[in-house]
Design a protein around this ligand. Structure first.
Ligand SMILES: [Zn+2]
Length: 218
């Protein structure tokens, strides 16, 4: 994610006038697009759940990134797991283990990106911002225009922010590699996606750690 280009909003408290569903433009646009998509659905009904290209991508939810486009995927090709930062959280690893053990993927890509919002702030910053209960505490000039404060924010959530982009990929590939349920034969690749160029850059150390290994004889 990146919050640097978010337009200002007066929606700082996360509230807005609730309109009837039929007046919700976002909803109507989605449903209209889906109708068009379904009309040309074709033979995709025959796809199986196991990814045809036997691959999975773990990446950030940043709206500027479309893994299907930047890596040439179509429906049925791959698992794509996304969260804030593309981090190897417990839940991301849960999905990867299912991807491999139940669905047969053999190649995993961990892709973080330049300009990621999770690199711009610390966990403490986020806890502080979410704990604010006064609009006046919202610092002028902050990039966090869309902060929706909550007095119920759990302070013990790990927000998985990071300071060094390449190192965050190394750490995540290592965490996945060392997980006891991840087979050593799975190849794990680490890449930086450059948000202003659309290019993928390998992270050598991550790829060294993520290289598949022949299982040792029992
Ligand atoms: Zn991001």
């Amino acid at each position: 994610m990146s919050y640097s280009e978010i337009p200002p909003t007066d929606d700082l408290n996360g509230t807005r006038a609730v309109s009837p569903l039929e007046d919700n433009r976002t909803l109507q646009e989605i449903l209209e697009a889906n109708r068009a998509y379904a009309e040309s659905f074709g033979d995709k009904a025959r796809l199986t759940g196991a990814p045809r290209r036997r691959m999975a991508i773990l990446t950030c939810m940043d709206a500027r990134m479309d893994p299907a486009r930047f890596s040439g995927l179509s429906e049925g090709d791959a698992h794509v797991i996304r969260n804030a930062g593309g981090r190897a959280s417990d839940d991301a690893i849960r999905s990867l283990v299912v991807s491999c053990k139940l669905m047969g993927t053999t190649d995993w890509f961990v892709i973080h990106h330049s300009g990621c919002g999770m690199q711009s702030y610390t966990d403490e910053d986020i806890r502080h911002l979410l704990g604010l209960d006064d609009d006046h505490d919202h610092a002028e000039g902050t990039k966090w225009h869309h902060v929706k404060k909550s007095s119920h924010t759990a302070s013990d959530i790990h927000w998985l922010t990071f300071t060094d982009l390449a190192q965050s990929i190394v750490e995540d590939v290592e965490r996945i590699r060392q997980h006891p349920l991840v087979p050593p034969t799975v190849a794990i690749y680490g890449y930086i996606y450059h948000i202003h160029h659309g290019t993928l850059e390998p992270v050598a150390e991550a790829n060294r750690i993520g290289a598949p290994r022949t299982p040792s004889p029992a």
